[in-house]
Design a protein around this ligand. Structure first.
Ligand code: DP6
Length: 334
């Protein structure tokens, strides 16, 4: 069995001495249009299916990292966390892969633009920024596909947060996962808008990690998931090439609801939705009946993300006055 440590050693060639005083990096949050749900290897976060996302460009994680002695010091959004805080523990366990000696400790200062652990993809931008900051600190000069592999070991969806724009994470087939990394797509969708509806900023009670395991193991509708993802990918890639935001929205909404259906069919059942989540979905569906071209996607949490064309923005804002609108393809992006 190949261990995460073997992959890190192979990629970093034992280069674990800082070549500067501090490494810094920023990585964007990504929202999956075709979701990652289920692993074939849970230590390496190797997925059962491909997935495809869009980066939120202006929302993400900024991270600074340096070396110290004693114990890891992890500051999240300006607060120094206790060593037994779940965020510190998970981060320190990941950093264990990058210590040149057991005494080597890290000082990390990380800031998220979105609530942590609320299904708004903060672990994706978090691990991508951490890997980029480590690359900067240690001077590895790895390419983005190699960094995508390292970020994936921290959190699967982080493999897609190395780039802005549309990103396709290829599941790969190798047991060491060296062919399981993300690649950016060339296409841009300048008129695409993503709306964030934060219905609850509380951390979710069950992590995606535990939720996936619960869905995949035991009797559920999960066996239907891979063929559905394959069909959705075969539909969404041409829709992206044609710049057809309506079709992209339709496929993404179907994909997200199908993912939640696999969770609800697990035993014990898993449901990340709150009453407000379902009410919001009904509001979107009713507005769509009235002609508003707007679709929804949801991750492992109660919050809803809207997918629409800029032409619908004023109507979306009227329907949801609290919506936070992101323009994934800025004026300066290729
Ligand atoms: C529902 O990447 O958080 O957001 O690999 O266990 O860290 P781990 O899981 P994570 O799962 C994200 C699941 C999702 C869908 C997606 O982003 O593709």
């Amino acid at each position: 069995m190949i261990r995460a440590q073997d992959i890190v050693t192979q990629l970093t060639s034992h280069q674990l001495t800082p070549n500067k005083s501090e490494g810094t990096a920023y990585a964007p949050v990504n929202i999956a249009l075709i979701k990652y749900w289920g692993k074939r290897n849970s230590e390496l976060n190797l997925p059962i299916t491909d997935s495809l996302s869009v980066g939120l460009r202006t929302l993400g994680t900024q991270t600074r990292i340096s070396i110290c002695a004693g114990q890891d010091q992890i500051t999240l959004n300006g607060l120094l966390l206790a060593t037994d805080h779940p965020f510190s523990q998970r981060t320190s366990r990941y950093l264990d892969l990058f210590r040149s000696s057991p005494a080597m400790r890290f000082v990390i200062d990380t800031k998220n633009d979105v609530p942590t652990g609320a299904g708004l993809a903060s672990s994706a931008s978090g691990y991508a920024a951490l890997v980029l900051a480590l690359n900067d600190l240690f001077g590895w000069q790895l390419d983005k596909s190699q960094l995508s592999v390292l970020a994936r070991i921290g959190s699967g969806s982080a493999s897609r947060s190395l780039w802005d724009g549309l990103v396709h994470w290829q599941a790969g087939t190798q047991s060491d996962g060296m062919d399981s990394y993300a690649v950016p797509l060339n296409q841009t969708l300048p008129d695409l808008r993503i709306g964030l509806l934060t219905l609850s900023a509380k951390a979710k009670p069950i992590s995606s990690r535990a939720g996936m395991k619960q869905t995949v193991e035991g009797l559920s509708l999960y066996p239907a998931w891979k063929p559905m993802v394959d069909a959705h990918l075969a539909q969404i890639i041409p829709a992206i090439e044609q710049g057809n935001i309506q079709e992209i929205g339709q496929i993404a909404e179907h994909n997200a609801l199908a993912m939640h259906a696999t969770m609800m069919s697990a035993f014990p059942a898993l449901c990340y939705w709150l009453p407000e989540t379902l009410a919001t979905l009904h509001t979107i569906w009713a507005a769509r009946e009235q002609g508003l071209p707007c679709w929804a996607t949801l991750d492992a949490g109660p919050n809803v993300k809207l997918i629409f064309d800029q032409a619908a923005q004023a109507d979306v804002e009227r329907l949801f006055p609290d919506v936070q609108i992101v323009r994934p393809f800025g004026i300066n992006l290729p």
